[in-house]
Design a protein around this ligand. Structure first.
Ligand SMILES: *Cc1c(COP(=O)(O)O)cnc(C)c1O
Length: 369
């Protein structure tokens, strides 16, 4: 028998009365004084946030920096979108909304569907037809969302969602909803709280550009309140086939295997540029080949992410090769979403399994034991 106190898991709610017991309560309760909520805001939470910040030995050795990976795939629906969605849905309920709508490349819809289910309201999602990974479709459907496939790309789906919310009684929960960025800024708070300071360099994938904008808000607020002495340089990375900010013009038909950042006209374009400029960082592009190489690399360190998530690590390696990183810098790369929702690239890049009889000697032979 394990000792009942020492053996308990730290987050077990049933142990909440035990000394030292603690369950992470979700970003609204954990950062209540830094978010636009009041006593009367209903808190719709799946205990999102509190995600692991993992030191990468191999990336640290290669770059001569201290490289940390913020694993946002550990959120309840497998992406950072949950940080923004808990607040967007809570505020929608506070304001009396009975239905929410979003356009999505898959993770926003999975998150909206889950939080709307928790709140007991209707969720409608607009997905670009044929462009969404199977796992993301499943994660959206299982919560009972109304899924509509749009004959168009993400950018057109977002215009449609905005149009609906302007003319019908339904709340838009894409990242143009200001509560989404408010919730997502908590990733920056968590990083500073974990490191005891801000990193020197912060790398993040850029799609619709909400995340990079929200992270800059978070660091700026901590800086203004004296919680940190210096903000990091923010570097955002677009896929080279979907790099409107880097090119300086919208991309009509964006192409990349990193579906979560296949976006040609980012909603938070100006905010992202401001974040990069004010922090003395930048917005750059990485190729699909670089993204896939980084994807396999973090997988070999035990972190399964989706391709888009690996753009931050691909970007870090690019900064290193360009000589941009000072030796000894503290670097954080955001790994935005879990790999299981888009497993295609994990399987296609892997060796085929071998079929064996149930015979230990044969199996040992195959394994070279
Ligand atoms: C949404 C998403 C992105 C892009 O984030 P933006 O805020 O749109 O820039 C990147 N990776 C994953 C896994 C996502 O779900």
């Amino acid at each position: 028998m394990t000792d009942p106190v020492a053996g308990r898991s730290p987050g077990r709610a049933s142990g909440a009365h035990l000394p030292g017991a603690h369950q992470w309560l979700g970003i609204i309760e954990e950062y209540r004084d830094r978010l636009p909520v009041s006593e009367s805001t209903p808190v719709i939470t799946l205990c999102e946030g509190g995600t692991p910040l993992v030191l990468s030995q191999s990336l640290s050795e290669e770059t001569g920096c201290e490289v940390w990976l913020k694993y946002e795939g550990a959120n309840p629906t497998g992406s950072f979108k949950d940080r923004g969605m808990t607040l967007a849905i809570s505020k929608a309920i506070e304001e009396g909304s009975k239905a929410v709508v979003c356009a999505s490349t898959g993770n926003t819809s999975a998150s909206a569907a889950a939080y709307a289910a928790k709140a007991g309201i209707t969720c409608a999602v607009l997905l670009p037809k044929g462009k969404v990974a199977l796992g993301k479709m499943a994660a959206t459907l299982v919560h009972g969302a109304r899924m509509l496939e749009v004959l168009g790309n993400f950018d057109e789906s977002l215009e449609l969602a905005k149009d609906l919310s302007e003319h019908y009684p339904v709340t838009l929960v894409n990242s143009v909803n200001p509560y989404r960025l408010q919730g997502q800024k908590t990733a920056a708070f968590e990083i500073c709280d974990a490191l005891g300071r801000a990193p020197d360099v912060h790398c993040v994938p850029v799609g619709n550009a909400g995340n990079i904008s929200s992270h800059w808000m978070g660091y700026s607020e901590y800086l203004a309140d004296g919680m940190i002495a210096e903000p990091p340089q923010l570097f955002g990375f677009q896929a080279s086939g979907a790099a409107p900010i880097v090119n300086g013009a919208p991309v009509k038909d964006p192409q990349t295997i990193a579906t979560a950042i296949r976006i040609g006209n980012p909603a938070s374009w100006d905010k992202a540029v401001a974040a990069a400029t004010q922090s003395e960082g930048g917005i750059q592009s990485v190729t699909d080949r670089e993204i896939l190489s980084a994807y396999r690399r973090v997988a070999r360190e035990g972190l399964f992410v989706e391709p888009a998530s690996a753009a931050s690590v691909a970007g870090l390696l690019q900064l290193h090769q360009a000589g941009t990183l000072r030796r000894g810098s503290i670097v954080v790369c955001i790994l935005t979403g879990h790999g299981l929702k888009d497993p295609e690239w994990a399987i296609s890049g892997a060796a085929h399994p071998i079929t064996v009889p149930p015979d230990a000697a044969v199996v040992a032979g195959e394994l070279g034991l």
